[in-house]
Design a protein around this ligand. Sequence first.
Ligand code: PLP
Length: 283
Amino acid sequence: FNAYLNGRFAPLDSLAISPMDRGFLFGDGVYEMIPVYGRHVFRLDQHLDRLDTNLAAIGLTNPHTRSEWHKLISRLVNEEIFEDQQIYLQVTRGVAWPRNHAFPAATTPTVFLFADELPAPAREQVETGVSAITIEDLRWQRCNIKAISLLANVLAKQAAVDAGVAEAILLRDGQLAEGAASNIFIVKEGILRAPPPSTQMLTGITYDVVIELAQAHGIPVELAAISEAALRNADEVLLTSSSKEVLAITTLDGLPVGTGSPGSLYRQLFLYYQDFKTGVMRA
Ligand code: PLP
């Protein structure tokens, strides 16, 4: 069993969802991607807190108690063959007809989870950094909700792939929002800077971890709006996400960031992050 759907654990390819599911028809749902290292779930309660907030934001009652979520996730983690895993978790507003945009009177949310291998970021990406492009942020005004309706993110990421780079950095009104599937930090004169949590970006669990690690190690952190010019003139640019951890962006729109190699703050944060992961595994 590496998946779960509405009360049933089963192999992923044996599960089926109604075409009338509002997740399928409207993208009406929210999700989480939770990393697991050595079968220890990373920051589980922070992910479940964010799920609570997102469900409340879209007017859905959480279908499970915290301890039910813990049980569901540990069963998937224990039955999956890989030690390092990603748990994908999605809750939609369920099946309803006739098709109608407005919320149905009564629905049972669809709860879907699966476990898969979590490959570590490629060694080359860690050592030399990755390239990114900038792109206009065409998304809505509720980007803090981890919604499954990801079309604008999909198009931004594909623009990055078409440009032969790893990530698209979204700019809105001349300011840095985030990556298509990551949060973005910059370093200027030894200060780690990022946009503060707002409706313009998802507050990443990894974003929070990196800020905590920086503060714990005496690195100055400043959460304030970042202009496009500040992004382009940064000494370092970093991306964070549950699957990529923390990576240096060393080329932006074809130009080198700083020296063009991963910088010293990136190297420190990378090591702190690895230590922190190892600590979680030992706990
Ligand atoms: N921003 C967006 C748009 C994302 O899709 C993601 C994760 O995939 C993140 C930020 C980073 O969030 P987290 O660190 O919780 O993975």
